[in-house]
Write a protein that binds this ligand. Structure first.
Ligand SMILES: [Fe+2]
Length: 292
């Protein structure tokens, strides 16, 4: 399997179509950029701009259409199209979600959850192996943001991801904001989740904004929705510092997809991620010295 080019240190930003021309022509100082390949597969003009941008920035490819959780299998023709794009821009990483979004050939515009049991584990491990074989490189799987749990689950999400790493040798993308959102929505400890996460497999981290909504009905309360539409919340920055202490300062992406601000705002969030990571690393070193 082909190894990816060396990962950059520090935080990058998600590159959405609205910022494509600006980045191609003005080349703002981003450490690296992450793109959704699906935005470029049927858009020749955008693909041309991406080819130009890839000559100047490290690029990470984050698929929203490779559905490893689909019971009907992964779409090999979609994978072939993603592979073509990958071969052109030589990304530093390739990633996607632990979720499903297709059924019987229909593409749903959502990342849907699945139960964590032995049956789904065998299915997804088989699909991840197929994805890695087809792309010829490691695939980074991202933990989802959860709004419900399944009675059919027999293990935690972390145990499920650890088993997937053991069975497929895939890498993991730890979305720290998703950990916070899921932990709040399902009532578990986000810090413990990070402590138990298979640190050696982490190749990338994500940070994104979420909104808090009041839930009505039988079980009123608050639900956190992973909208990628706001600045990173302080609770997620705190959890990110904890994750950096545990995983090291891995390439981290600022994800912002809706109500997109000026590109400079994204760069500001990336600067903050670099500051939080640097402080966490030096704090970890000081604690290490004191412990010895
Ligand atoms: Fe994410």
């Amino acid at each position: 399997m082909k190894s990816s080019p060396a990962s950059p240190r520090g935080a990058g930003v998600g590159l959405r179509l609205q910022h494509l021309s600006e980045v191609a022509t003005r080349r703002p100082p981003a450490a690296w950029l992450e793109v959704h390949p699906e935005n470029f597969l049927a858009n020749p003009h955008a693909a041309e701009l991406l080819d130009e941008i890839a000559r100047h920035y490290p690029i990470s490819v984050h698929s929203v259409g490779v559905s490893v959780g689909s019971a009907g299998g992964v779409d090999l023709s979609h994978l072939a199209r993603v592979k073509k794009l990958i071969e052109r821009i030589e990304p530093i990483m390739v990633s996607g979600h632990l979720a499903w979004s297709t059924h019987d050939g229909d593409y749903l515009n959502d990342l849907l959850p699945l139960p964590y049991n032995w049956e789904s584990l065998a299915l997804i491990a088989d699909h991840v192996n197929k994805v890695q074989d087809a792309l010829g490189r490691p695939y980074h799987l991202e933990n989802p943001s959860n709004y419900l749990g399944f009675d059919q689950s027999v293990m935690t999400e972390v145990a499920f991801l650890s088993e997937l790493v053991a069975r497929t040798d895939c890498r993991l993308l730890c979305d720290v904001s998703n950990v916070h959102v899921s932990a709040r929505n399902l009532g578990y400890d986000a810090y413990r989740y990070i402590d138990e996460f298979p640190a050696d497999a982490v190749g990338e981290m994500h940070l994104g904004g979420f909104v808090v909504e009041d839930e009505e009905g039988e079980l009123p309360g608050q639900v956190l929705i992973d909208t990628h539409s706001r600045p990173i919340d302080d609770s997620a920055w705190d959890l990110y510092a904890h994750a950096v202490k545990r995983f090291g300062a891995k390439p981290t992406l600022i994800e912002w997809d809706n109500d997109l601000p000026e590109f400079s705002v994204l760069l500001g969030e990336a600067d903050r991620a670099n500051q939080v990571a640097a402080e966490a690393v030096s704090q970890e070193r000081r604690e290490d010295v004191v412990a010895r």
